[in-house]
Write a protein that binds this ligand. Structure first.
Ligand code: GLN
Length: 557
């Protein structure tokens, strides 16, 4: 059987960075998927790192780990959430990977006799990577290719050259170029300005790419005269100048794109039948985000509280859990170092739940441990993720089991009580890139437990990213306490979940549940954590109240 012909949508960005190309690409993907098409999305990152795993969160935000263990760009999180489809290593290509492949081949002698150059060797490898993503899923109709960076950057040029070549090699009607741009409003002039868009399209045309569709980020609606002007100067029909007005939640963007006719315009260019997409489930989810019945306050205590991109998937998971509980989740960002300075009582007063996210390094750890003591003793719902779970074990060992110098081997090599220690297979590992315990691993749940209650299953699979683990030498210490090891690896060796059975909702997990939460299928643990927070909030206001939270329909995964 001949291979199915795949069509390509290339998404570029101009004027400024952070226009939301990832969300725009995901929204286009959703509009096409809801038309019954098989869609895949790939992110091309122009940096020289092989993957973002070794980057500081300040450089890159969150590292999004996939089932197969690849450490990828946070935009892959948007792709998974919007398309409700799991990605693989083929969905993220970096300059580092491309050069690594080409240089390895050169050393092997594959190009014997040739001078290895950006064009054609690097561009050919970029094209091969993009086509590989087309084949990664069976029956892919469309691959959306998001090119990272801003048009005009030196780094992204080989990627732009590669997609220009691909358009030339594809059959007519098999390629669409979508350019995301900014149309700023200048308050002193009281006017919307089109010049930056004109310049970024000019830069694209200089390298041989004529965009078919312009998606204009704007704070004001674009009237017909503005669309005509942009269309005229950028050589695009005015009806394909799309206004992307700021909206309340990112989940509204596909709906706004649909109203603006983005899907229709793409179908027109790709010679596809324009079926009305079924967006009813999505619309219902957005309406639940905008009109919730309850409200809770959750504190997130971490090191990068000023850099929300470092916790992107956690923030999104709370939105999904809010939808599942008909609740607005207000996030309070607390610096773990401030807790150390000012104490937990003053900073955490009034919260309905505490989440300690994953993290690395000793800075801020004592504040995290102190905040866990506060919520454990005050019976406030607690959710610990990765380092958050490790801190919960340390806190319990210190304050309940009286092991005052319990700590993690990550922070001090000379420790009397390393209740968290290096995983056996991490010993001797010296390279830092891609060497943690990464990706999906199974876990067996014990009953009864909050975790079993949430998942409704006794075997689960979750994604990991860590080097340290619960130290089995201390299992006996917790034996007759309320800290129960409710989730273990199938061979029983690795502790994946701990719970305090003497607490309404206290769960610490060694994995990253936030990486698997989806807007219409909230992660079971986030969902139940917010359920417990709603219950706590109701009881706090009226201790006699019988809450109706058990009645809230739960969208079980
Ligand atoms: N630093 C800890 C470890 O490597 C926790 C990692 C994390 O929170 N992702 O085990």
């Amino acid at each position: 059987m001949p291979e199915k012909k795949t069509k390509y949508i290339f998404v570029t960005g101009g004027v400024v960075s952070a226009l939301g190309k990832g969300i725009a690409s995901s929204s286009i993907g959703l509009l096409l998927k809801k038309r019954g098409l098989n869609v895949n999305i790939i992110k091309c990152d122009p940096y020289i790192n092989v993957d973002p795993g070794t980057m500081n969160p300040f450089q890159h935000g969150e590292v999004f780990v996939l089932d197969d263990g690849s450490e990828t760009d946070l935009d892959l999180g948007h792709y998974e959430r919007f398309l409700d489809q799991s990605m693989s290593k083929d969905n993220n290509v970096t300059t580092g990977q491309v050069y690594h492949t080409v240089i390895t081949r050169e050393r092997r002698g594959d190009y014997l006799g040739a001078t290895v150059q950006v064009i054609p060797h690097i561009t050919e490898e970029i094209k091969a990577s993009i086509r590989r993503a087309g084949r990664a899923r069976p029956d892919t109709d469309i691959v959306i290719v998001e090119i990272g960076g801003t048009v005009g950057d030196i780094e992204s040029q080989p990627f732009l050259e590669a997609i220009r070549q691909m358009a030339l090699e594809n059959d007519p009607g098999d390629t669409v170029f979508v350019h995301l741009t900014l149309v700023p409003y200048v308050p002193t002039a009281g006017e919307i300005k089109t010049k930056p868009t004109q310049h970024s399209v000019k830069a694209l045309r200089e390298i041989g790419i004529q965009p078919h569709l312009l998606v204009c980020r704007t704070v004001k609606p674009l009237d017909e005269s503005i669309r005509n002007k942009i269309g005229l100067f950028c050589n695009v029909p005015a009806r394909h100048v799309i206004a992307a007005l700021d909206v309340e939640t990112v989940y509204e963007i596909p709906l706004s794109f649909n109203r603006e006719g983005v899907g229709k315009a793409i179908c027109e260019h790709l010679n596809l039948e324009n079926i009305d997409p079924d967006l009813s489930e999505w619309e219902e989810m957005v309406s639940k985000i905008k009109h919730p019945s309850h409200r809770v306050k959750i504190a997130i205590c971490g090191k990068y509280v000023h850099l929300k991109d470092a916790y992107k998937s956690i923030i999104e998971s709370f939105i999904h859990a809010g939808v599942a509980n008909d609740t607005r989740v207000d996030l309070i960002w607390v610096s773990s170092e401030d807790i150390k300075k000012n104490g937990a009582e003053s900073l955490l007063d009034g919260i309905d739940g505490l989440l300690i996210p994953g993290g690395f390094g000793e800075r801020g750890v004592e504040g995290k441990i102190e905040s866990i003591r506060y919520v454990r003793e005050n019976k406030i719902p607690f959710f610990g993720i990765c380092l958050g779970m490790q801190c919960a074990v340390i806190e319990y060992a210190r304050n309940v089991c009286d092991l005052k110098d319990a700590h993690s081997y990550e922070f001090y090599a000379e420790l009397k009580h390393p209740v968290i220690h290096l995983m056996a297979d991490q010993e001797g590992v010296t390279n830092l890139g891609g060497t943690m315990r990464l990706g999906a691993y199974p876990c067996i749940l014990q009953q009864p437990s909050r975790s079993y209650e949430a998942y409704g299953a006794d075997q689960i699979s979750e994604r990991h990213r860590h080097r340290y683990e619960f130290n089995n030498a201390y299992r006996d210490l917790f034996k007759d306490t309320s800290l129960i090891l409710v989730g273990l690896s199938p061979d029983g060796r690795l502790v994946e979940i701990v719970e305090d059975s003497d607490h309404p909702w206290f769960v610490g997990v060694q994995f990253h549940p936030e990486l698997k939460s989806r807007p219409t299928r909230a992660h079971p643990l986030f969902r139940d954590f917010i359920g417990a927070a709603v219950e706590y909030n109701h009881k706090k206001k009226d201790p006699e109240a019988v809450t109706d939270i058990s009645q809230v329909e739960k969208n079980r995964v």
